[in-house]
Every structure is written in structure tokens, then in C-alpha cells.
Unconditional design. Structure first.
Lengths: 459, 459
């Protein structure tokens, strides 16, 4: 797909800063910039990246003093002629420059359109394009790392290798088909079977990595549950204090009284304190309970807190029942161990025979670090990916791979039943298609639109 | 002043975007970047701006794919070796890159430190450095334009010319002093007088431009006053609807229910709706009145609204008295002209003999455009500065120039009284010093700290 128009957008975040960058890409980039740029040196078509210092002007009015960086096709992000105008970092001034570029023939870029062009021009495949969006959104080291490995092409490289193997089988089987009457076998059925099983194993390995990959990319939604006054808020405060809550510094991050974001050893934890679950007739309180259940529903992990200084009561029992119904991973916390203990631990362990039970004092900050270690262990078995380790992080990828596995299983079944090559080839071709869809070899506009609309403008 | 260390900062605004730029300046820039950058081409010391594509690595771990732009001393913003690392535009990833640079020897830059170095290295004078900060903060075309003209050096150019004239007089008078005994006159007293008057006139011209310059740079604080129910809020809504309220889109801009920001033909209007002024004993209402008076106090213009469909009453009278006490420019508005009119216009005109009285219907949007025209006229006599027109925009500049004028007047007086050259020279030297302080030739650390601490980090 060839794009004929030239797009432009402010590529840096909105706000005040030292520098803003307005980016332009397309066949007219050079002719547009020549009309609006006055510098000491004339702008030249050259194969290397170039830097020019001068002014953006509108007719003869100076708009801003800028530095231009030129990336000539195909040696650019998009593969087209790209010009980055580095101007003074205010929102008004960068908008004015964008206005001037548009006035002289560029059009405002859609979200992700630069990356979309990079994809169309073969500068990156679809998983790499997705990794760009993930990298920008990354809030922790784990998120950065999985995105970088994907951007480096590790995931698509492996998939490419798998696809090559499958293509090889297909080709051989198709040659057999051409010689259909003669019943010649170009490849042993055992060899095909072996290769299909191996491929399926590799794909399954990716599927298995999804839970951990998702945690790396999106973090963990943890909810702190328990009846009122067991110390849920002090627990949250204790965690926030101990770990650096980096994400809350980012403008636009929602931060209300009951949600906090923690970076625990490179992983993002979104922690929600709840209103406490209890059976009630009061409509306002019922609304609180409804919300709590909604939060529980979307959480990845429940931190269930009990008051060690009191006996377990009907309310505790009710909450335990609800949480167990949800079938979420649970860490059981007995809080207030600095006070005289009344809780029936035996009963608690009977309720949670397989779960970890920790005893802490949120107020006195006793054993909070042990909780952090447990959180890490429970939530992130495996830790931050090591160099070159490839995890899949997106539901889209998981679904493509699951679909491919199903088709390979079908091919295996056809093979077992000694069915004609056609059936085997059909399913392997199908698997190739879905894997091709994953990396963008064969992909519909709908999927592309969905992926790129998720980007920010200017990328 | 020579800076020996190398500074680094994220120069783009915080948040998510396509691109973030981490900037580094100092003698070790090149050696630091060589340790953390892996690209196809080796980084070279060269006189021209250069672009490199590759990866920032921490030991062997890839951190991000980046584009480096190198500006070699003295051909850079700061005059030192400057490297701009253009990375993926997330906050986490840009922070990681900054961390890596710091780990290898850079130190985090203070606010405005890059520009401060540009100033120390003679790349710009102090008024130009101030213009950089103004440009970044600019929210309207008028603010952008006055900042750009100052950045181009128009203001400092004029001042430089004035200083040269004064230096010439001083030198001649000082030569006379050297020949003191011989009573030789190297320059006629008439000529000196003429030059001092001319200089003073030019300086006065700058002082006179301050009000307009301030309006261009900072905009106009307008307050809408009037007793309850005269239609203050509908008026504000009408204005907001008609003019694009660009500034409210900028993250971090405070926007509460009673303050709005308008861009009226290139000028910034901060409009505050008031709680209504009335004499009251109720403590809560008294607090509201106190705040209203505070807003009135810092406003540049009062839009005083009356209800045309009702008679003027004691409350109106009280507000008129308060507003007149403030001695602020006032535009008088008779609202609700779509209803049957009861107001005594004669009485109103007697209260405001010199003020413009406008009749509108905020609700029906009648004559709101006429109000906009009047606002422009009243507030911004002269309009947006034309090309090359120099206005002073900062109180610091105004105070320096006023001080210089005083000293020149003293020199003129000494001249009139035929006092010895020494006295004349002393005052002219004094004027040269304060003008030098304005452009940064002679300036204390306190003033510099004050100016640069007002910058954002990364500029």
C-alpha cells in the first residue's frame, strides 16, 4: 500500500517543556519544508540523516527558531521522507508550526499513522508496531522489557521460523498432490507428524507465557478485601510508603482515594482498597458493596485481610464465601499481630488450605516486606523476563496462536487417519494464515484500524 | 564562567507521546554517549550536526531504540557539546535513558540550566534567555510574537545601540577629565545634552510600551462583577462558546467553575465570574465577598453587569461604589435587553460618564460580538505587535529602564548646572550599568538564579 499524501503531527506529549517535536512524513515533506524554512544552509536531498538550524516562517513572519532533522526515504521511521521539526516546547508554538505545515500541504496525522506507514512500508511487522505502543505506555521495567524484546523482533523471528517449517511441509505435500495419481511420498508421514508436534509444542509454549507476559505488560490488579476496620487502608498506606509509586506522577493518571499504583520490583500493581463487603439493606451501602464486587471481579489477586485481635465473625465468613466464589488467587493476611490475638487460625487455615497465610502488623510495619516478597512470588512467578526471553502479552496474539494450535491438531488428526494430503494441507495453510495475521502478513483492515487507533497521534 | 560538568534532563513535557527527547550538554557528552550507544556508525567528533540511529544499552541490556542528534561545540544551543537522544515517548522509558546517562557520569540538570549555559557561553543575552521561557509559556499569538521578536534580539539590539551612544559620551568626557587642568572640551555640551534627551526619549518609549507588552505576554485578567442574577454566568458562557478556549486543553491548567480562559483575536483573557458583591453579616457569604474583592484587586479590567429589566437598587449602588474605589478600567454592560427595560440609564451614565456602556442579551446572544470588539479595543489598544515591533513585557525590564532614565535625568541636571564632567560621567556610567544588567552584561547571581529558576527542567 502506497500512501500519496504527507502527514504531520505534534509527536511530543502536550504541555510545557524545553523541546517539542513536530513530525512530517510523505513524498511532499521536502517540498513543504523548503517553503516554510529559512536557514543558513539549503535543504538537500541526501541519503544520510541531516540537521539544519534556522527558522520556520509563515510568509515572512518568523514563527519559531528550530532544528530540523531530515531522514530520507527509505532510511526513516516510516520508510518515507521524514522531517522532524524540533521547536521550543510550548503547546501553542508547536501547534502554530503544525498549522503552517498543514497550510502548505500536509494533513493532520491520525493516531498511530506514522507507525502504520512504517508497517505498510515493511519497516516493521505488526507485533513490532504493537510493541511501539506498549513501549510508550510502559510504566515499569517489566513492561519496558517485554516491549523492547518484541520491538527487537524476537517474537516475530520465532514465528517466522515456525511458519517456514510449516510452509516446507505444505510445499512437499503439494508436490505429492501434483503427482497425485502416482502415489509418491516426498516426505515421510513420520517426519510430518514429528514436525507438527514440535511446532505445536512451540506454540503452546507461547500460550503458556501469556499469563506472565500480560502481568509484565499490564501489571496486576490487586484488591484489598475484608470487613470494616481490619486495617485495609493502613495496609495500602504501608505498601505505598515502602514502594515508589512512580506512576502517580504521570499527568492524567487517575488517582482517587481508594486506588494506588505501585512499582514492586519492576512490576505494576494497581491496588484497590474496598468499601468492605457486607450484606445490607441500606441502598447507599448496597451500592458500595456492588462496586466492591465489580472490583473483585476484574482483579487478578485478592489480598484478604482479617483482624487478628478479634474472633472471626459472620461478616468474615460472608466475605470468605464471596471471595471463594470468585475463584481468584488469594493471599490471606492476619493483621494487627501487635495486639493480643483472638483469631481462630485453625478455622482460617481450614477455609484456605492451599493459600499462603501471612501474619503482619500494617500499623507497626511488621512483616510488610515479607508480604511484598509473597506478592512478587504469587503474582509474578518467573520474575522480570531475562534477556531475549519472549513472552506474549496481548490477547490478540494468544487467540491467534490458540487458533493455529487447533488447526495443527486437526492436521495431526487427518494424518493419523491417513486422510488425503489435501486435508492436511488445508489445515496447515489455515494455521499459516492465522500466524500471518498475527505478524501482519495477512491481516484485515478492521484489525489494523483497531490496533493503530489505540496509538497516540504523532507516533 | 566555564561549566565543567555534564548535565542531562528530559526536555519534552511529561506524559505519553510519540517521541521524548533526553538532552545532555557538557564536555563529557561524547564520552558518555559512546559508552551507552550501540549503532551501525561510530560516533565522531565533527563540526556539523550529525544523526545516528541505534540503541541505548545498559551494560548489554537494550534499553530503547533511539535517534541521536549531535551538536558539536560551539555550534549548539548551549555552546557546549550537546547530544539529544530521541527515544520512544513514554515517561518511564525516557527516565530510564536519563538514569543510564547519569549512571555514566552526567548529572541531572537544574531548571533552565541549558539556557543558562547558553547565556554564559555568549549564545544569547539575558533578554533572549527570558524570551525562551516566554515562548514556551506562550498561549496566544500575541504572546508568541513578542517573545519571538525578543528572541530574535530586537530588544537587546536597540539597547546595545543606546549603550554605545552613552559609552561614546562617557569616553569623550573621560578624555576631557584626563586633560582636566587644561579645560579642553572634546565634545560640545549641546551635543551631549541632545544625545541624552534623545536616549531618554527612546528609553521612555520602551517604558510606555510596557502596558501593551504585558498584555501581550500575560494576557488580561478580566472580572465579571454585578449583583446576583444579572446574568454574569450566561455572559461568561456566551463568551466561552464564541471564542475558542484553547488554553483549557493544556494539561495542568486550572479550570474551575468560575474561571475561564479565552483567546480573543490572539490575546489571552482570563475571565473570572464572581460570587457577587453585597454587604452581609453571614460569615460564609462574607468569605465569598472577600474573595471577590481579592479578584477585583488583581484584575486588569472589570466587566460590570446590570439587569436592564430591573431598576437599579441599593445593591447595584454598593457594587458601583466598590468598583470605582478600585480605579480599574470598567466596561458597563446592561444585560437582558430582550426583556422589558426598567433600568434608569440616565443614572447609570452619570455614574460612568467616561466609560463605554453596552446593551446586550447574554442569553439570546445579542450584541455579544460587539462586546468582544469593545474588549479588544479597551484592553488592547494597538493590537498584536507588527513585525519587528519591540515591546517590553517584563517588570524587570521596565524597572531597569526607569532606573536608567532617572540617572540620565540626573546627568542632564548636572549638565545644566555646568558641573564637572565627573558627575555627568558617574550618572551615565550608572545608567550603562542598569542597562547592562537588563541584557545580562553586568548582573548578579541572585538575578540570574531568579530568572532561570522560572524555567522548566530540560530547557
Amino acid at each position: 500500500m502506497k500512501c500519496n499524501d504527507t502527514i504531520a503531527a505534534i509527536s511530543t506529549p502536550p504541555g510545557e517543556g524545553g523541546i517539542a517535536v513536530v513530525r512530517m512524513s510523505g513524498t511532499s515533506s521536502l517540498s513543504i519544508i523548503r517553503k516554510v524554512f529559512r536557514g543558513k544552509n539549503p535543504i538537500q536531498k541526501n541519503s544520510k540523516g541531516q540537521v539544519y538550524h534556522g527558522w520556520i516562517v509563515e510568509k515572512d513572519e518568523p514563527i519559531d527558531e528550530v532544528v530540523l532533522t531530515l531522514f530520507h526515504s527509505p532510511h526513516s521511521y516510516t520508510g518515507e521522507d521524514v522531517i522532524e521539526v524540533s521547536c521550543h516546547g510550548g503547546l501553542f508554538i508547536s501547534r502554530r508550526i503544525l498549522e503552517v505545515l498543514i497550510q502548505y500541504g500536509a494533513r493532520p496525522a491520525e493516531p498511530g499513522e506514522f507507525t502504520q506507514r512504517a508497517f505498510f512500508n515493511g519497516k516493521m511487522d505488526l507485533t513490532q508496531a504493537e510493541a511501539v505502543a506498549d513501549l510508550i505506555r510502559a510504566k515499569t521495567e517489566s513492561a519496558r522489557r517485554v516491549a523492547i524484546y518484541e520491538l527487537e523482533g524476537h517474537l516475530s523471528g520465532r514465528l517466522q521460523k515456525i511458519r517456514e517449517d510449516l510452509i516446507k511441509i505444505c510445499s512437499l505435500l503439494e508436490v505429492e498432490l501434483d503427482f497425485g495419481e502416482e502415489d509418491i511420498m516426498f516426505v515421510s508421514r513420520k517426519e510430518i507428524k514429528h514436525l507438527l508436534i514440535k511446532t505445536r509444542g512451540e506454540l503452546q509454549h507461547f500460550v503458556d507465557s501469556y499469563r506472565r507476559g500480560k502481568v509484565c505488560r499490564e501489571g496486576i490488579r490487586m484488591v484489598i478485601a475484608g470487613r470494616p476496620n481490619v486495617g485495609k487502608s493502613s495496609l495500602l498506606n504501608g505498601l505505598v510508603e515502602r514502594e515508589r509509586a512512580i506512576v502517580t506522577e504521570i499527568p492524567g493518571t487517575t488517582r482517587d482515594t481508594v486506588e494506588d499504583v505501585l512499582d514492586i520490583e519492576g512490576f505494576l500493581f494497581t491496588v484497590t482498597d474496598t468499601a468492605g463487603i457486607r450484606e445490607t439493606q441500606d441502598p447507599i451501602e448496597r451500592e458500595g458493596v456492588r462496586r466492591t464486587e465489580k472490583v473483585l471481579d476484574i482483579s487478578d489477586l485478592v489480598l484478604l485481610v482479617f483482624d487478628g485481635s478479634e474472633s472471626l465473625n459472620r461478616e468474615d465468613e460472608m466475605i470468605v464465601r464471596r471471595v471463594k466464589e470468585m475463584r481468584k488467587p488469594v493471599i490471606v493476611l492476619i493483621n494487627k499481630i501487635d495486639l493480643k490475638q483472638q483469631i481462630n487460625i485453625h478455622k482460617l487455615k481450614k477455609w484456605f488450605p492451599d493459600e499462603e497465610v501471612l501474619r503482619i502488623s500494617a500499623l507497626k510495619k511488621e512483616h510488610v516486606s515479607r508480604l511484598v516478597q509473597t506478592l512478587k512470588g504469587t503474582a509474578i512467578s518467573g520474575g522480570i523476563p531475562h534477556e531475549g526471553e519472549v513472552l506474549i502479552t496481548r490477547a490478540r496474539h494468544k487467540n491467534c496462536i490458540l487458533h493455529a494450535i487447533e488447526l495443527i491438531k486437526k492436521a495431526e488428526a487427518s494424518l493419523r487417519k491417513s486422510m488425503s494430503q489435501e486435508f492436511i494441507v488445508m489445515d496447515i495453510r489455515g494455521a499459516l494464515d492465522v500466524l500471518g495475521e498475527m505478524i501482519g502478513k495477512t491481516v484485515t483492515d478492521d484489525i489494523l484500524n483497531q490496533i493503530f487507533s489505540d496509538f497516540c497521534v504523532g507516533k
